[in-house]
Design a protein around this ligand. Structure first.
Ligand code: UD1
Ligand code: CA
Length: 518
């Protein structure tokens, strides 16, 4: 077993039941253009909006992973604002993606134009999506492409019905219910504003119709922008078939513009992730305070108690109980283990092991099966064998602790001399007495003892007892001489008198002794 490594290239699993989208392979397209040039000013952040996270992954990573699932010949991300940040992040999460630069935000059509520039001749379908719509799944994109294909459309737009459509483009249909055009909120009439069907901003285009349409549109509108939405009206006016693919799940069309929407998106994503795990046999006692990232893996009969946060590449095996108030980041938990009020990262916890309450497991902690890391214990780069126990008030850094060893309360593994860090080994079934300091590098053999209160600076061989502390001296009469008149001295005198009386065979009580003194 080795501690799990930090994973840079994570592909967040969409919060749905099937791991790989049904039909994605058949929905292969020529290009996916992800629009990511916008300013995101309402986030009020020095960090690009697209790098802000939902369920542990950047919004951009959701967009890119949904796009990747379409197996496009070209995956283009159109960048502009804070493009250095966006490009650097893309390099980490999706090195296969190309970028195109849109210097000035002249509208969504202009952004797509920029995206297509470097692609040369394109035949087939072009999907356009936004980078700030994290809930959109590859399944939905696939359905959109398949609907587009079966209707042989020039453009198919993904739409949803909103109870408050304010701000969105509205889908205007004719008397036969077919799509006529999309009108932006700012350009819409009263009647058009009453339409509840909104444009998600996600489309699939026939590549030729898209190229042609882009040459036809003008910034003749309330925002003086080049609207991608106008291509629908252009195609329709030219007699090309256009369509809408209406979905029930409004969340999949929802963008994030500020931190209020970000927290709502996080809550909804988390709710979906937890629902999925509960349906798969995980008990979540309090979904409102339990957070599970999209990349976490859980087994049946895991129990998550309130205040639990499972992040990154964490996995929890069957029967384990996590929480309350526990955060695990990239931690592997074995079957039936219990992890109580603990903060742990990049660690492995064995089957039937017990951790906490109030434990802090830092990277490189590996706890063997049925081992214990107890209360107020901090570990770092510590391998603790099967059945070994570190139960109370200990720091174990750079430690190799053998199977069945027992580390007494208050033991400190002194691993750092101010310059270098060294390792301490404690052998199998050895016993380290309470309040010991093990000064690394030091090796305590198998089956050895360290007396309580020892400062161990030299190796201890198997079978030995190491005692490394001052010899005890008891000085008679010290309290009476040095602390006379204190309650301590009174107590000592009373105890002395009682002992003397007991030795003389009388039944005088302590009270009578005090009376004599008074
Ligand atoms: C757009 C649609 C609207 C739809 C809504 C859905 C247009 C004209 N309107 O409106 O019908 O209901 O999305 O959310 O398309 N972007 C660029 N470069 C630009 C402009 C935008 O990259 O020059 C990107 C933004 O970063 C963002 C996306 O395109 O990711 C949408 O832009 P935004 O300005 O938010 O569009 P809306 O006005 O909301
Ligand atoms: Ca806008």
């Amino acid at each position: 077993m080795s501690a799990p490594q930090d994973q840079n290239q994570v592909q967040p699993t969409p919060a749905s039941d099937s791991p790989s989208p049904a039909g994605a392979a058949e929905a292969q397209v020529a290009a996916v253009v992800v629009l990511a040039a916008g300013g995101g000013t309402r986030m009020k952040s020095s960090r690009s909006k697209l790098l802000h996270e939902v369920a542990g992954h950047s919004m951009l990573s959701y967009a890119v992973s949904a796009a990747t699932a379409m197996q496009p010949e070209h995956l283009v991300v159109v960048v502009g604002h804070q493009r250095e940040q966006v490009e650097a992040h893309l390099g980490e999460i999706a090195p296969h993606a190309q970028t195109a630069v849109q210097d000035q935000q002249r509208g969504t059509a202009h952004a797509v134009q920029c995206g297509l520039e470097g692609l040369g001749e394109l035949h087939g379908e072009v999907v356009v999506t936004y980078a700030d719509v994290p809930m959109l799944t590859a399944e939905t994109l696939t359905e959109l492409v398949l609907a587009h294909r079966s209707a042989a459309n020039a453009v198919t737009v993904l739409t949803a019905t909103a109870s408050d459509p304010t701000g969105y483009g509205r889908v205007v249909r004719d008397a036969y219910d077919s799509v006529l055009k999309i009108v932006e909120h700012k350009d819409a009439s009263e009647d058009e504003r009453a339409i509840a069907e909104i444009n998600s901003g996600i489309y699939v285009f026939d590549a030729d119709a898209l190229r042609h349409g882009l040459t036809q549109i003008t910034p003749n509108n309330a925002q003086n922008e080049l609207y991608l939405t106008d291509i629908i009206g252009v195609a329709r006016a030219e007699g090309r078939p256009v369509g809408a693919h209406l979905i029930d799940d409004l969340w999949q069309t929802e963008g994030v513009n500020d931190r209020v929407q970000l927290s709502r998106m996080n809550a909804e994503m988390n709710r979906r992730i937890l629902d999925r795990w509960m349906r798969a046999g995980v008990t979540v006692v309090d979904p409102a305070t339990t957070w599970v990232h999209a990349t976490v893996d859980l087994s049946t009969d895991v129990t998550l108690l309130p205040g639990t946060s499972l992040e990154g590449a964490t996995s929890v095996a069957s029967g384990a109980v996590i929480g309350p108030d526990t955060t695990l980041v990239d931690v592997e938990v074995g079957e039936r283990a219990t992890v109580t009020r603990t903060h742990a990262s990049l660690s492995i916890i064995g089957a039937d092991a017990a951790v906490g309450p109030f434990a802090y497991l830092r990277p490189g902690t590996v706890l063997g099966d049925a081992g214990k890391i107890g209360t107020f214990v901090e570990t770092k780069n510590a391998r603790i064998g099967a059945g070994a126990k570190v139960p109370h008030l200990t720091y174990a850094g750079d430690a190799l602790i053998g199977e069945g060893a027992n580390i007494g309360a208050g033991t400190i593994f002194a691993n750092y001399d101010g310059v270098t860090k060294s390792t301490t080994e404690v052998g199998r079934y050895s016993f380290v007495g309470s309040d010991s300091v093990l000064v690394a590098p030091v090796v305590i053999g198998d089956g050895a003892y360290v007396a309580a209160g020892s400062t161990v600076t030299g190796d201890v061989a198997s079978g030995q007892l190491a005692v490394a502390r001052g010899q005890q001296r008891n000085i008679n009469g010290w309290v009476a001489r040095k602390r006379g008149g204190t309650k301590t001295a009174d107590a000592a005198a009373a105890a002395g008198a009682a002992a003397a009386a007991a030795a003389a065979g009388t039944t005088d009580t302590v009270t009578s002794v005090e009376e004599e003194q008074a």
